[in-house]
Design a protein around this ligand. Structure first.
Ligand code: HEC
Length: 259
């Protein structure tokens, strides 16, 4: 007769051999070794260069700027411009269109001398959008698209200066009181409380000046000339005028529209 005890013994699995247990234990402990290296690397410093597994083209012979370069007869590493090179600024076909301010025959900016002493001379900006551009719906829509891409992050979609970047910067200023250097993007729709005119409207801020601000930036704002084509910069100017009108339309403007 088979006892329950025998039955249980029959069904026991054979014991794991010792060598298998040993391999498993050694294997697990071995996985700690890289961790130990990482921990050491993170807590100690070394004078040796770091291990550079993928060399790519990081390390290769080269001539540094201002070092002697025997390849060229004049031994200069920094090569002079080929004869006849002109800077991009030097080719000005239509100053109104390309620069937004007047230049003389030598391509130098024409300056307006201020009436009062002690105020710096300013550039002579063109008024209006260049004739070669047809300002129509399509053009202003293009300006909206470009404004939303390049300007709204700081100036906001409405131009009032409270874009996402400004909101986040104000949060950071609040969290970390050591950052108090934030200059918010200007409210380009703002009205001068004294005169009631738009601060950046056509009267006070010529189209050419607005164009130049987009092109070259101003004070804390960088220029966007590198990213935005000439025509698109003008489309932004046109759209900003539309934004200003849309938020400050006078009764007269409305009456003219409905005629
Ligand atoms: C990264 C943020 C940022 C972006 C993007 C930006 N601006 Fe500005 N903008 C500023 C800041 C900041 C000022 C205020 C600069 C100052 O007063 O130092 C400013 C000022 C201005 C002014 C007022 C200039 C003056 O004469 O006082 C105009 C106009 C303007 N921006 C237009 C634009 C247009 C158009 C674009 C898109 C092409 C644009 N900005 C994109 C940050 C930005």
């Amino acid at each position: 007769m088979k006892l329950i005890k025998d039955f249980i013994e029959d069904t026991y699995l054979p014991k794991m051999p010792f060598w298998l247990i040993a391999i498993a234990v050694v294997g697990v402990v071995a996985t700690w070794v890289p961790l130990a290296f990482i921990a050491k690397a993170r807590t100690t410093t070394s004078t040796k260069p770091p291990v550079h597994i993928f060399q790519d083209m990081d390390l290769q012979p080269r001539f540094d700027a201002q070092s002697i370069n025997p390849i060229f007869a004049d031994q200069r590493s920094m090569r002079p411009n080929p004869a006849g090179t002109v800077s991009r600024r030097a080719i000005i076909g239509d100053a109104h269109y390309e620069l937004g301010f007047k230049v003389d025959d030598a391509g130098q900016p024409v300056l307006v001398q201020p009436d009062e002493e002690g105020i710096e001379a300013t550039l002579d900006f063109y008024r209006g959008i260049p004739d070669r551009i047809d300002v129509d719906d399509v053009f202003v829509k293009r300006g909206q698209e470009q404004f939303n891409i390049y300007c709204s992050a700081c100036h906001g979609y409405d131009g009032q200066g409270n874009g996402a970047v400004n909101k986040r910067a104000l949060e950071l200023v609040n969290i970390n009181s050591t950052i108090n250097q934030w200059t918010p993007a200007s409210n380009i729709i703002a009205v001068n409380p004294q005169t009631g005119n738009l601060l950046y409207g056509e009267e006070e801020y010529a189209d050419g000046k607005l164009y130049n601000t987009i092109n070259n930036g101003i004070r804390n704002m960088k220029g966007y000339g590198q990213q935005i084509s000439v025509k698109d910069r003008w489309s932004i100017v046109a759209y900003i005028r539309a934004l200003q009108i849309s938020q400050h339309a006078s009764e007269k403007d409305l009456a003219e529209q409905s005629e």
